[in-house]
Design a protein around this ligand. Structure first.
Ligand code: BG6
Length: 478
């Protein structure tokens, strides 16, 4: 990244800035990947000065090298403003112009919406009415980009409205819809693994795959994010986005090439092909859970019906996967931190080896997104000894062992791509519409049938109904 840029972060005093953007920017700075001239302007409500803003950010940076950290933070500035008041935006324009004047050029402006989603509309309205969206003038709108974090809307209709608004202000090539799972090394590796190792291709279909299961589990509860989370729920928070990326990675067809539109085409096609769950069937195929101490979390209403856990079964209508059930479970306050996808193959040699300890589940290929990023395959081996007996063993690859690193942080990758204008790992609007269509059906099924959340104890694997969902088909969560 050699050309200068200015990134305006709306909501710059919040968690996203402190926990994700700042560490990623600092890491890129250390690797000299931010170019010589860059400016970050924090835009938020609190009355900071440049100095006190830098001081606040300093507390979130663990590095002890104070000279280096100071050099980094010298690029940060602050603009106090309310999202719904023109004054702050007008002052921001002045500030932006001083940077342009300093460099004698029209500097690329990146507007990062790192605020709660309720603020998106109003900020977008002001970006337009103050002409900030148009860049530094001189017909230079191409020098602006808008970066918007999930959740995009609350359901299909609100997502479409938001998208319409974005589309009225910016060209598609200026819009970066962030789902940081697309920036994860292991999510990108799914495409490389599947299409660079052709040995798996002949068996990657309904003839050989019995079913696919995906587990997305976090040990922690909602913590201090009760207010945000309660208005969203797990299905919108991770189901509509992160889980969709995992499903797309495992089920999509090979893109014609590794270029932005071909890859996004394939992701979009497979998400569109997820068979909708009829509203009336939602309680049959979707389990909705809440950990039983959730309502005691800070800022969570006492009678909240918000789900912190979801398990579901669905199909994908592509020739490759037509009859392969997908079982997905995701939740907070579960037993372990783990995100993984398991492709469970049909058990085919059981007749020949029946008497020698052939287990019910045979080959399983597991793609571990985190932790211990990597891939393993469960195979059967002959136990050492004079008698023939079989045992299940694992062959594995981990990023740590093979490359002595877990790979680049997702937000570093996301930021580098934003700076370079590369949209491959960002959602296109049709991908989002399709995923909202699927998710909105479930949300409406819950509300039409007044579905109740099922309680589960923290540190478990969710309500027992999540086990029933898969066990009634004669299968088990791995
Ligand atoms: C966020 C969700 O998008 O992703 C959080 O809003 C979740 O609820 C987080 O905890 C998980 O991200 P990661 O990278 O830690 O898996």
């Amino acid at each position: 990244m050699n050309s200068p840029f200015i990134m305006v972060v709306f909501g710059a005093t919040g968690d996203l800035m402190r926990n994700k953007l700042l560490p990623a920017l600092f890491s890129l700075f250390k690797k000299k990947q931010l170019g010589i001239e860059f400016f970050v302007i924090g835009f938020a409500r609190r009355p900071f000065t440049n100095d006190s803003f830098r001081k606040m950010l300093r507390e979130s940076i663990k590095n002890k090298n104070s000279v280096l950290v100071k050099k980094f933070l010298d690029n940060f500035y602050y603009q106090q403003g309310l999202f719904d008041d023109k004054k702050g935006y007008n002052q921001l324009i002045k500030k932006l112009n001083t940077f342009d004047n300093k460099l004698g050029a029209c500097i690329t402006r990146l507007f990062y919406l790192a605020t709660p989603p309720d603020n998106y509309e109003i900020i977008l309205d002001f970006l337009r009415s103050t002409k900030l969206s148009e860049g530094c003038g001189q017909g230079s709108s191409k020098w602006t980009r808008i970066i918007i974090e999930k959740p995009f809307g609350k359901d299909l209709d609100t997502a479409r409205l938001l998208d319409k608004k974005l589309g009225n202000i910016f060209d598609e090539k200026q819009i970066f819809r962030v789902d940081h799972y697309l920036g994860k090394e292991t999510v990108q590796n799914m495409v490389a693994f599947r299409f660079a190792n052709k040995v798996f291709e002949p068996v990657w279909n309904e003839n050989y795959i019995d079913h696919i299961q995906i587990t997305w589990a976090e040990e922690r509860g909602v913590g201090v994010h009760g207010k945000f989370f309660d208005g969203v729920g797990l299905l919108r928070d991770v189901g509509q986005n992160h889980l969709m990326q995992l499903i797309a990675g495992v089920a999509m067809e090979e893109p014609k090439s590794f270029t932005k539109e071909f890859l996004r085409d394939e992701r979009a096609k497979v998400i569109k092909a997820i068979r909708p769950i009829a509203k009336i069937d939602v309680s049959k195929f979707v389990v909705r859970g809440q950990y039983n101490s959730y309502i005691k979390e800070k800022n969570v209403p006492q009678h909240s019906n918000t789900e912190t856990f979801v398990a579901m079964k669905f199909f994908i209508d592509t020739p490759r996967f037509k009859n392969v059930p997908f079982y997905v479970r995701a939740g907070k306050n579960l037993q372990r931190n783990v995100v993984e996808i398991s492709i469970v193959f049909v058990q085919s040699s059981n007749i020949l080896f029946k008497e020698y300890g052939f287990p019910k589940i045979g080959n399983v290929l597991t793609i571990r997104i985190q932790p211990d990023e990597g891939i393993s395959i469960r195979i059967l081996a002959k136990k050492p000894g004079t008698k023939l007996a079989l045992k299940t063993v694992n062959m594995h690859f981990t990023y740590q062992e093979a490359f002595q690193t877990k790979g680049a942080d997702a937000y570093e990758k996301i930021l580098v791509d934003i700076f370079a204008g590369d949209q491959m790992l960002f959602n296109r609007s049709d991908e989002l519409s399709s995923s909202w269509e699927f998710i909105t059906n479930i949300l409406e099924g819950w509300s039409d049938h007044k579905s109740k959340v099922l309680m589960y104890a923290p540190g478990t694997w969710g309500p027992k109904e999540a086990n029933d969902l898969i066990e009634k088909d004669g299968r088990k969560w791995l």
